[in-house]
Design a protein around this ligand. Sequence first.
Ligand SMILES: [Zn+2]
Length: 580
Amino acid sequence: MRAALLSLFLALPSLALDIVYDVRTPRPTTHLFHVTIELSGIEGDSLDLAMPAWTPGYYKVQNHAKNIREFAARGDDGRALAFEMTDKQTWRVRTGGVRSAKVSYLAYAHSLSPTGSDLTDEHAYFHGTWLFMYAVGHTKSPVTLRLHPLPGWKTATGLDPAGEDTWRAADYDVLVDSPVLMGDIDVRTFEAGGAVHEVVIHKSPACDRAVMVEDIRKIVEAQLAIMGPPPYKRYVFLLHFPRWWGGGLEHLNSTSIVHNGEALSDRGQYVQFLFIVSHEFFHLWNVKRIRPAQLGPFDYSKEVMTKNLWVHEGFTNYYGWLAMERGGILKREEYLGKVQEELNHLMRRAGRRITSPEMASWHTWLDPDDSEDVEVSYYMSGHLLGLALDASIRRRTEGKRSLDDVMRLALEKTRDAGYGDDDWLAFVNEASGSDFAEFFARHVSGTQELPYAELLAPLGVTYEAKVDATEADPGLEIQGIAEDLVRVRRVRDDGPAGEAEIDEGDILLAAGGQRLRGSEWGKWLAKRKPGDEVTFTLFRGERMLQKTVTLAAKQKIVHQLQLTGKPAPEQKALLDGWLK
Ligand SMILES: [Zn+2]
């Protein structure tokens, strides 16, 4: 049987290209990576090579082709091959019958961020989407990566080693989902769930490195306890600690995190850093393996839309914080404080009443011009939806099931293929044995506020909105204080200024006949009371207008979550099943 299959295989024409990417950094301060692609097994008269328009995990069109220069192609006989660009990111090489070719180009990269790439005399750090063209139609071919680290540099990446400075990837998707860091790095390891975890530290964090590695281990253990055995043999945390803020980006079996190292001496900042670690690590399941069909295999040529980023970013926030509590890094009260922070951020966004979590996910590529008014962060809304679903499932099943079961079921169902856009309701219903159609209609595809008090009471958590309405609110924000003018930056449609038809860009010259100054706006407003009537004299372009505004009361609402002092036995049982 085996022999018969083999001869059948040999009889077929070979469609797989053999692809080697070679990366050199001869002059790091030019920020130019020298990339050569060695291709063999070419068939036909031409071969298309394309740069990705975006980087998976970062839903913005970046057009990485813009940083490519000095493209050239040569056949196996050394002769130059003609080429042309067929769109903004594709090079068509006229191979004219050669079986192998070398394509070379320079890729400019000088952006140290979690989604970026950066070449300096201190490090070579890259995401493959910034450096590597893919052979169109051949993204499933296995690839080899050959690196040439400078003297004193060590290499860290989630790719499988295949000899000295040589790495292998099953295909292009894996190659570009495995960022590489070369430089003066400190690599520490720990074992969890039978897999190796490398903590790669670049530059100096202002904290005890051993404690940091131990805290990361606690997070990993807490998440493995939720999701089951690790689906990798080795996981790599690439941690850069420059002197500015960054964030993180998830990958198949690694993450790249950029964080202000100096700030880590502060406990609050250190906890925030660990949360980023926890969030990115949870992504190895939630979006990397539990993923919409659109998010792998990837179409790198254009935006890919999904309705479910509220699950993939929001639940990742939910489990990011929860794993820190379950791992013993945060106390119960501290954990609830973090959820409360997110809740208050969410409640300040008027867009939550306009844009559903599903639509916010769909919109993410578009970034509307008035996003401050209409958008809602699916990180925040999805986080609270995760909490709400978890609490509801625990209540409906008397603690027998939880969102953890939903995540494990989703992993089981989507392990080898992506899921359809409408599958989440089915996952939740099946894992909980309960119907959540109405919940989804109201809060996922709808914009109804979650009933926090009712949802959280069974877990022994109280919700209260405290209102302070003593300050005056004109319903507008002003822009900087350039030239000491009061220039209107933003007007809330449903606020007093909006109702009086004051517009963005208006310059408020005077109120009640008295001159206004940008530098004194705060002081002026503090002297007003809710209910005061103010007539503004303003410039709108070349016209001078008067508009009368009745100041409203500023609703300063603080949404509070607290543990019940004396929970009932049923509450205590659910709470103990939920938190450590
Ligand atoms: Zn994320």
